[in-house]
Each structure stands twice: as C-alpha cells, then as structure tokens.
Design a protein around this ligand. Structure first.
Ligand code: NAP
Length: 251
C-alpha cells in the first residue's frame, strides 16, 4: 500500500484522487487552506492537513506533519490551483501573482520539500491545463503558470530519473468543479461546443488517469491529456471555431 500527498485534496479533482486511491486501500494526506466541505469516502485513510502552497514555510511544516503521521510519502499529486481570467491589459498584478504562486511556485515548493524524502519508485504527478499549451485569450496568468508547470515537470523528470523518481503532467480539459462552476450557461455552452467529445469531464475521470500515471513504472516526463479531445483541435472543435475569452474556465 502507498502513501499519497495530494495538494488541493479538499475539493474537485484532488478530492476525486483521494476517493480513488483510498478505495484501493492506499492512505492519503491532503493540503488545503480551508477544511473540506465533505467527508471523504474512507475517512480512516485520509489525513487532512491545513497548508498553503503559496507559503514555503507552510509547505515545509505540512510535509513534516505528514511524515510524522505516516513516516514516508510515495506519491505526490500537485492539484492545488486557482484561476483568475483576464487579458494582459486588464489583469491585476495581484491576480497574476496569486495564480503563478499557487499553480507554479506552489508545485515547485512542494517538490523541493518532498524530493529529499522520496525513495526510488516514488512518483510526482502535476496537474496542468490545456491553456498551458494553447494561446487562450483572457488566460494570460493561468496559461503562463500552467506552461511553466509543464517545463517544471520535464526538467524534474530528467533531474530525478537517476533517483528512480518519476514526474509526469496530467492535463485535464474542462472539468465540472468549483473552479468552473461560476460560468454562465451561455459561456459554458460555447466552451462545450469547442470540445470534440461534446461534453465536460468529471473529476473522477481525471482522477483515474492521475492514479494510473502515478502507478505506471516506466512513464516519466510525459504529458497526458484527459480532455475530450480539446488539445487535438485547433480550437474550433465541433462548433464555430470562435474561442470565447476565459471567464473562470480554468481548463
Ligand atoms: P477546485 O475545485 O477549485 O479545487 C482547488 C483545490 O486547490 C482546493 O482543494 C483548494 O483548497 C486548493 N487550493 C487552492 N489554493 C491553495 C493554496 N494556496 N494552498 C493549498 N491548497 C490550495 O479546482 P479543480 O478544478 O479541482 O482544480 C484542480 C487542479 O486542476 C488545479 O490545478 C486546476 O488548475 C487544474 N485544472 C482544472 C480544470 C477544470 O476544468 N476544473 C481544468 C484544467 C486543470 P482551499 O481553497 O481550501 O485552499
């Protein structure tokens, strides 16, 4: 049985990872700033730690707390994320800072804190986004942070391969979570129209791929989309080809 650390494990995709891996008998520690809204499916295998990934000291304390409880960590999933939409001439600098410090620097700090204690066979899975690979208007901060996370994944996969640690990036498309819940019905329909599969994804569908990637013993440095075909299109998908500005989509 393995011990997982899932940042952003209180809600959404991270929470689905918690439920998926605890159903298989593994134990999980989570990082989030606030208490989870719902009890996990297997509470006896979950240790909820209050930790803010934008604060490197909080991350370090959080990792120490997990190690005191479980003794070791086998898999790390960097799922903590925030999204603020806005074009370059409209986005507040504070919004840029929050997005980059959570989605990119937060993942870096978690990796820095765990790498010294990870053993051969361990895995890190970072959670990217389609907009880290495509120019999506209105997503300058989020797209930049997720592109950076892709770079971080590739560099760490090479740096850590000699230690037997694998590092991969799973790239969700548009998934129904709190991050995307604020969209208007109209904006949502326009986005769905760009997805070849013709529907949004469920957190469980992303979680099962994250778990499979973490367990795959020969995969490292890989980018694995789980996006209903979004990355495969030119942005037109099944619809008009008109890409709407980001409006809290987070995909
Ligand atoms: P979500 O439902 O909004 O959950 C975000 C999680 O991150 C929560 O557990 C939140 O807990 C945690 N978090 C945020 N800031 C944090 C911080 N500073 N320190 C610690 N935890 C923090 O979002 P989601 O949709 O599950 O997103 C999960 C990941 O998937 C993110 O990296 C996101 O960018 C990525 N993603 C999502 C979509 C999508 O369509 N939903 C698409 C592509 C990629 P607290 O707020 O309590 O801290």
């Amino acid at each position: 049985m393995s011990t997982w650390l899932v940042t952003g494990g209180s809600r959404g995709i991270g929470r689905a990872v918690v439920d998926h891996v605890t159903a298989a008998g593994d134990t999980v520690a989570t990082f989030s700033r606030s208490a989870p809204a719902r009890t996990p499916a297997h509470p006896e295998r979950v240790f909820e730690v209050k930790a803010d990934v934008t604060d490197s000291e909080s991350v370090r304390r959080g990792v120490d707390t997990v190690l005191e409880r479980y003794g070791s960590i086998d898999v790390v999933v960097n799922s903590a994320g925030v999204h603020h939409g806005g074009r370059v001439d409209a986005l507040d600098r504070s919004a840029w800072d929050e997005v980059v410090s959570t989605n990119l620097t937060g993942a870096f700090d978690v990796c820095r804190a765990v790498v010294p204690v990870l053993r051969p066979g361990a895995a890190i899975v970072n959670v990217g986004a389609v907009v880290g690979f495509r120019g999506f208007p209105g997503d300058v901060a989020y797209g930049s942070a997720k592109a950076g996370l892709s770079g971080l994944t590739q560099v760490l996969s090479v740096e850590l391969a000699p230690k037997g640690i694998r590092v991969n990036l799973v790239v969700p498309g548009f998934v129904d979570t709190d991050m995307t819940a604020g969209l208007t019905q109209k904006a949502r329909e326009r986005i769905v129209d760009t997805i070849p599969a013709g529907r949004t994804g469920r957190p469980e569908e992303i979680a099962e791929v994250i778990a499979a990637v973490a367990r795959s013993t020969y995969m490292t440095g890989a980018t694995v989309p789980v996006d209903g075909g979004l990355l495969a299109t030119f942005g037109g998908g099944r619809g008009s080809g008109v890409v709407p500005d980001s409006n809290g989509t987070g995909n």
